[in-house]
Ligand binder design. Structure first.
Ligand code: GDP
Ligand code: MG
Length: 460
C-alpha cells in the first residue's frame, strides 16, 4: 500500500488546485492500493468516492500544498472509516463484566482470552476464563495452560457438557468469587454454519454478556473472509451455497449481535485491510488488536495510528509506547547514563537484546520503523538467530567478565572458555567482544556530537 500511495503523492507534486482531472490518476492508485491491502470492494468504492468528492476544488488554501491536502483528506477519511476514536471496552456497572469471544477457527480466540485477561489484570481487574470450546479436549488444555501463564483461573468442565451449561456454571462461580471480568472462549468452525450460530446464541442468552467481540484474523483478507455481503442475501442457504465465511462480520453481527471486534495477527504480512472494512460493514468498532503470540501483544486499536501506518508513516507512536513499557523508566535512564559514560557492558548489551526480544517479534519492531517495512522474513529470521547466538555467549560469561569486557579482550583463555561453554567458536566470541567495543566508540562519538550540536553519520 505504502509504495502505491507514495507514487500517488508524487504525481501531485507541483499542482496548485485539486481538480477532477488531476486527482484521477492518484485516486486510481489509491483504489488499487486499498484493494491490494485486502479492503473489501464496496468499502474501497465508497472511500474513493468520498475522498474524491472532498478533494475537488481543494488547493486554494494559501501555504498548504494541494498534495498535502489530499494526504490530509485521505488520512482523515481512513481514520473516520476505522471508527475515528479509540473504542474502550465497556464494563458492567454491577456484577461481573462478561466478555464473550466469537469467531472462526484458528483466528486467535483462545490466545486472545489469555491476552485479554493479562491486559485487564494489569489494570487491576480480577479475571476468570471459561473454557467453552468442548469439541477438542486440546482446546481446553490450551486455555488452561495459557491461563496458568498469565496467572488467571480457568473454569472447565468435561467435553460432554453443553457450552451454554459451562457458561452458566462458570458465571455462577465467578459471581461467588467476586471476579471482575469473565472471559468466555468458544468453539470456532472453519466456516460459518447454523450449529455454531445456534450454540453461540445459547451461550449468549445464558450469559447476557457486556461485550460480544468478534475475533477477526487480519491475515485472512479478501480471499478467505470478504467482510461484506448484501444484508438481504445473508441467510443460511446462501452461506451454505457459497461454502466460505464470506459474510463473516455481517453474519455474526446479525445472528449474534456483536459489540465490537478484535483484530489479530497484525504482526503478519497482512496490510490491515480488514481494519478498514470491519467498522464500515458492521457499524461496530475494532476495540483491540493482537500483534503477536506473546501474552503482552495486545493493545487498543488506534484508528489514527492505523491510518498513519497505511500511509507509510510507520507506527512510531506504538513503538515508543511499547519500548517505554518494556524498559522501566529507571532502567532506561540508567542505561543512558552508562552509554554516556561509555561504560556500556555486556549486562547492558543483554538487557537491550532482551528488551528488543520482549518488544515482540523483530518483524513487528522493524515494521514500525518508517522506511524499514520491506525487511524480508529471511532477514528477520537471520537477525533473530544472531540475537540468540549472542545471548548464549553472554550467558556463558562470568559476572565479572560481563562488567569488564576488557578481561575478555585481553585473555584468549577466557574467550576460549566462553566459546566452549556456549558451544560457539572462539572467533564468534572475539567478534562479539569486538562488537561491544565498537558500540562503545559509536556511543561515545554520538554523545560527543550531540553535545557539540551535530550528529555524525554512523557507518559500519
Ligand atoms: P482459535 O482457534 O480462534 O482459538 O485460535 P488460537 O488462539 O488457538 O490461535 C491459533 C494460532 O494463531 C495459534 O498458533 C496462535 O499462537 C496464533 N496466534 C494467535 N494470535 C496471534 C497473533 O496476534 N499473531 C500471531 N503471529 N499469531 C497468533
Ligand atoms: Mg480456540
Amino acid at each position: 500500500l505504502t509504495s502505491g500511495l507514495e507514487s500517488a503523492w508524487n504525481k501531485l507534486k507541483g499542482e496548485e488546485v485539486l481538480t477532477k482531472e488531476n486527482i484521477a490518476e492518484p485516486m486510481r492508485d489509491i483504489r488499487r492500493a486499498l484493494l491490494e491491502a485486502d479492503v473489501s470492494l464496496p468499502v474501497v468504492r465508497r472511500f474513493v468516492q468520498s475522498v474524491g468528492d472532498q478533494a475537488v476544488g481543494v488547493g486554494l488554501i494559501r501555504g498548504v500544498k494541494p498534495d498535502q491536502q489530499l494526504v490530509k483528506i485521505v488520512r482523515d477519511e481512513l481514520v473516520k472509516l476505522m471508527g475515528g476514536e479509540v473504542s474502550e471496552l465497556v464494563f458492567a456497572k454491577s456484577g461481573p463484566t462478561v466478555i464473550l469471544l466469537a469467531g472462526l477457527q484458528g483466528v486467535g480466540k483462545t490466545t486472545i482470552c489469555a491476552k485479554l485477561a493479562n491486559y485487564l489484570k494489569k489494570q487491576g481487574k480480577s479475571c476468570m476464563l471459561v473454557a467453552g470450546d468442548v469439541y477438542r479436549p486440546a482446546a481446553i488444555d490450551q486455555l488452561v495452560i495459557l491461563g496458568e501463564q498469565v496467572g488467571v483461573s480457568v473454569y472447565t468442565e468435561g467435553t460432554d457438557v453443553k457450552p451454554s451449561e459451562i457458561a452458566r456454571k462458570g458465571l455462577e462461580e465467578a459471581k461467588k468469587k467476586n471476579i471482575d471480568v469473565v472471559i468466555v472462549d468458544t468453539a470456532g468452525r472453519l466456516q460459518i454454519d447454523k450449529a455454531m450460530m445456534d450454540e453461540l446464541k445459547d451461550v449468549k442468552r445464558v450469559l447476557n454478556p457486556t461485550e460480544v467481540l468478534l475475533v477477526v484474523d487480519a491475515m485472512t483478507g479478501q480471499e478467505a473472509g470478504v467482510f461484506y455481503v448484501n444484508l438481504e442475501l445473508c441467510d443460511e442457504s446462501i452461506i451454505k451455497e457459497i461454502g466460505k465465511p464470506i459474510a463473516l462480520v455481517t453474519t455474526f453481527n446479525l445472528e449474534i449481535g456483536i459489540t465490537g471486534a478484535i483484530l489479530t495477527k497484525l504482526d503478519g504480512d497482512s496490510r490491515g485491510g480488514a481494519a478498514l472494512s470491519v467498522k464500515e460493514i458492521s457499524g461496530k468498532p475494532i476495540k483491540l488488536v493482537g500483534r503477536g503470540e506473546r501474552m503482552e501483544d495486545l493493545e487498543p486499536f488506534y484508528p489514527d495510528r492505523m491510518a498513519g501506518r497505511i500511509l507509510g508513516m510507520g507506527d512510531v507512536l506504538s513503538l515508543v509506547e511499547k519500548a517505554q513499557e518494556v524498559m522501566q523508566q529507571e532502567d532506561a535512564e540508567d542505561l543512558q547514563k552508562k552509554i554516556m559514560g561509555a561504560n556500556f557492558d555486556f549486562n547492558d548489551f543483554l538487557k537491550q537484546t532482551r528488551a528488543v526480544a520482549k518488544m515482540g517479534s523483530m518483524t513487528r519492531v522493524l515494521g514500525m520503523i518508517p522506511g524499514m517495512t520491506k525487511v524480508t522474513p529471511a532477514q528477520i529470521r537471520e537477525a533473530e538467530k544472531s540475537l540468540k547466538i549472542m545471548e548464549g555467549m553472554i550467558e556463558a560469561m562470568t559476572p565479572e567478565e560481563r562488567e569488564k569486557p576488557e578481561l575478555l579482550a585481553e585473555s584468549p583463555q577466557r574467550r576460549k572458555r566462553v566459546a566452549q561453554a556456549s558451544g560457539k567458536t572462539e572467533q564468534q566470541v572475539s567478534q562479539l567482544v569486538a562488537q561491544l567495543f565498537q558500540m562503545r566508540v559509536r556511543m561515545k562519538n554520538l554523545m560527543g556530537a550531540m553535545e557539540g550540536g551535530s550528529i555524525p553519520s554512523m557507518s559500519n
